[in-house]
Design a protein around this ligand. Structure first.
Ligand code: ADP
Ligand code: ZN
Ligand code: ZN
Length: 744
């Protein structure tokens, strides 16, 4: 009797193993297409997975080979280009493929739910609904009558929610739907926006627009390097307009959720349509709806944060990555992808142009522009002819500093307050004080899971560890010597804001950090208040530094940056230069000229001086030359193997074994044809403690690999990723591979 031919589906399952799993396709099922979800038994439990390959052979012995339980999707949820991208990501990031695929889908599609059209959230009257006598109805059921009236024009849930404020209009809606007086309708029927003409582009903007639009319909990466307020967003919007005309979709990425509403408004105004939003604060239902609208082509413009890069967009015609230098584009746990880098790959697979915009491009991007891989466009002038702000360094040595502020700084703030202007005080620390210390014996409050000081939060009245989020009450007495003399050291936003509020009792001092914006809409409310333009002082963390347009802010004060000037991280100065330029860019965007004040103990610091006199570009060029000489990225490539365990001994042993293995592989390389030494081809550094050597009770160590040849680096990482699964004791260690790491 002829046997059924063996058909093997090789699956990506959501398990922390970097490999595929073979299952037999039973004769009763048709062969699933790669990209489809299937259900299987794994370790005795049901699990879903994605078919990656179909094969006619397997290494799994006959007796152990399981069959698929069921096939969930008839067609893959991915477009062909997106699926190719995901497979590329797997090869590039050496991360378990199931976890990669799961990251790229909305949570509801990580389980077995079928892909179905979500219920529409827009409604209109039916013929029956139209025929109702509203006056008669009003006497009997006033809320039903009100809803009928509100739906005289088709309307979406969002607009009904605004119209009826907090009242429970949804239960009334359900009644009317049940009566057959209402029906759902496409979102487009309820969107009725008017597109406004934008400003006439200046010649720099026009040049960029013309240059980029020549590449519509094909792959090209553009670096739009424009000083803060130079009108980059206007260029994006004009481009988007052309792409929409070509009946293609546009994807905008912003680094953080706080920047979404601003861009959403500008898209509504300029393009006259409702963009679909994708971000982590959405419910699973909202995420699914957004995914579906994009995948079905109904959404023409998608705006989102990092993971929105994986939106299913079958007619993608343009990707814009705004503030491309922002480290928030790099995922810092699980699958550590960089959304900007993956965007480059996606654009090339989709055959569409990509625009990377920034006032402070990453050195990686500038290096790519230098060799012509990216096309560079520069906007050196502020669009509305505003001048760039003036800088001033204030020396802190031997000065009377109170709660972090120099008397001179206080005077400048007072001056601004008097003139009814807005000011901004930036420091990168929330809470009241970063350290609570006993003045008697020197004891300080440390987190016992991370070995680092806990921040004192005065208002919330607790100590909090900013690494692991653990909290405890503030001790009344020193636990070591029983003294009452516990003293806050250093300043956080709370302390500076309290001090300033005491100095300027008539002026609102508004804190803008993660603590003060926890409540939903809190950040937007603050920005709206500030946008009204009345005098105030904003005290905030780097949330303030990002892209916000605050036209009435004329003075920016920067505190506490000295640590970065002497950091061992080779990227510290690059990141600092970006931060300082971005913060300063918040000042002087309106009528009043801008001014930036930086307090420092090191006003003569060479790179600080160069930044202020020559600007970001000049400093970036110097930094690039230094990176060439040091053989550091972007002129070499790095990968880090990260390992965490609560057992220090196991950790050190396993990493030493891997180091020896990596070194033996590297030692096999001799000078190559282009004269690179073995070490330039592959360098193995470590094992060494991670930057945060202990976090949440776990010891953390790293092993760093560096190479001038990207393929060699990936080859080594691949060998390592296989080897580490074989190590005895490996299960007690949490492993992660970090390709193109941004920190240690
Ligand atoms: P960026 O994105 O570079 O920070 P924006 O596009 O937000 O800059 O522009 C900054 C301000 O200048 C905005 O208020 C914008 O409306 C205005 N603007 C942009 N381009 C022009 C132009 N060509 N003429 C006049 N105003 C402009
Ligand atoms: Zn003490
Ligand atoms: Zn901690």
């Amino acid at each position: 009797m002829p046997e059924n031919p063996l058909i093997i589906a090789r699956l990506a399952l959501v398990v922390p193993l970097n490999r595929l799993f073979d299952y037999r396709v039973p004769a009763s099922m048709s062969t699933p297409t790669p990209g489809c979800r299937v259900e299987v038994k794994f370790a005795g439990r049901k699990k879903i997975g994605w078919v990656v390959e179909i094969s006619d052979s397997t290494d799994v012995p006959e007796g152990k080979l399981l069959g698929l339980e069921s096939i969930i999707d008839e067609r893959p949820a991915w477009s062909p280009a997106l699926w190719k991208l995901m497979i590329w990501c797997w090869a590039y990031y050496h991360h378990p493929p199931g976890e990669i695929l799961a990251t790229a889908l909305p949570p509801l599609l990580r389980g077995p739910s079928p892909v179905v059209a979500p219920l529409s959230e827009s409604w209109r009257l039916t013929a029956d609904g139209l025929a109702q006598d509203q006056q008669k109805l009003h006497k009997r059921a006033p809320r039903q009558a009100a809803l009928l009236q509100a739906l005289a024009q088709p309307a979406s849930a969002a607009s009904l929610a605004t119209h009826f404020e907090n009242s429970d209009w949804r239960s009334v809606l359900r009644k009317l739907l049940a009566k057959g007086w209402l029906e759902t309708c496409p979102a487009a029927a309820a969107a009725n926006l008017e597109a406004k003409q934008g400003p006439k582009l200046n010649s720099e903007q026009q040049q960029a627009l013309t240059g980029i639009s020549q590449n519509l319909g094909r792959y090209a990466t553009h670096l739009l390097y424009g000083v803060t307020g130079s009108g980059k967003t206007e260029v994006y919007l004009q481009l988007a307009k052309q792409v929409l005309k070509r009946k293609q979709q546009v994807l905008f990425l912003v680094p953080e959720i706080g920047l979404v509403p601003q861009l959403q408004r500008r898209v509504q105004q300029r393009l006259g349509l409702e963009p679909v939003l994708v971000h982590s604060a959405q419910s699973d239902g909202e995420r699914y709806r957004a995914w579906y609208l994009a995948a079905s082509g109904e959404a023409r413009v998608v705006i989102g944060t990092r993971s929105a890069l994986f939106s299913a967009l079958p007619e993608l015609g343009l990707i814009v990555v705004d503030e491309e230098h922002d480290s928030a584009y790099k995922q810092q746990d699980h699958w550590r992808y960089h959304a900007r880098d993956v965007a480059v790959k996606r654009a090339s697979l989709e055959g569409c142009p990509l625009v990377l915009g920034s006032a402070t491009p990453a050195l990686e991007s500038l290096a790519n522009a230098e060799v012509g891989r990216y096309q560079l466009f520069r906007l050196d002038q502020r669009a509305n002819k505003r001048k760039m702000p003036d800088w001033q360094l204030l020396e802190m040595r031997e000065q009377a500093v109170v709660d972090g502020l120099l008397p001179e700084t206080l005077e400048l703030l007072a001056d601004n307050v008097e003139r009814g202007l807005q000011s901004l005080v930036f420091l990168n620390r929330r809470g009241y004080a970063p350290v609570l210390m006993c003045r008697w014996c020197g004891w300080q409050a440390d987190c016992d899971r991370c070995d680092s000081p806990m921040t004192w939060h005065h208002r919330a009245n607790h100590l909090a560890c900013h690494r692991c989020d653990s909290r405890r009450p503030v001790p009344q007495r020193c636990p070591a010597c029983d003294s009452l003399d516990l003293h806050p050291l250093g300043e956080g936003t709370e302390r500076v804001a309290d001090y300033l509020q005491a100095q300027f009792p008539q002026t609102p001092v508004i804190r803008f950090d993660r603590d003060s914006t926890r409540r939903k809409n809190a950040a937007a409310d603050i920005l709206t208040t500030v946008g009204k333009g009345e005098a105030c002082i904003l005290v905030g963390t780097q949330m303030l530094a990002k892209g916000h347009h605050l036209p009435r802010v004329s003075l920016a004060v920067i505190l506490n940056i000295d640590q970065s000037l002497f950091s061992t991280d080779f990227r510290a100065i690059e990141k600092l230069a970006q931060l300082l330029t971005q913060v300063s860019g918040r000042a002087g965007r309106g009528d009043e000229p801008g001014r930036v004040v930086l307090q420092t103990y090191h006003p003569q610091h060479a790179q600080l001086q160069q930044l202020i006199s020559g600007g970001y570009f000049s400093l970036a060029e110097t930094m690039l030359r230094e990176r060439v000489e040091a053989g550091l990225p972007p002129y070499s490539y790095q990968a880090i193997l990260r390992a965490e365990s609560n057992q220090q001994g196991e950790l050190t042993r396993a990493l030493s074994q891997l180091t020896a293995y990596a070194e033996s592989l590297a030692a096999q390389l001799s000078e190559d044809s282009q004269g690179l030494s073995g070490a330039e081809q592959l360098l193995v550094l470590g094992p060494m403690p991670a930057l945060q050597a202990r976090r949440a009770g776990r010891h953390r160590m790293i092993l760093l690999f560096q190479s001038h040849r990207r393929p060699l680096l990936h080859w080594l990482v691949k060998q390592i990723s296989v080897e580490l699964e074989r190590l005895p004791g490996s299960r007690k260690i949490r492993w992660a591979i970090d390709i193109d790491p941004q920190d240690q």
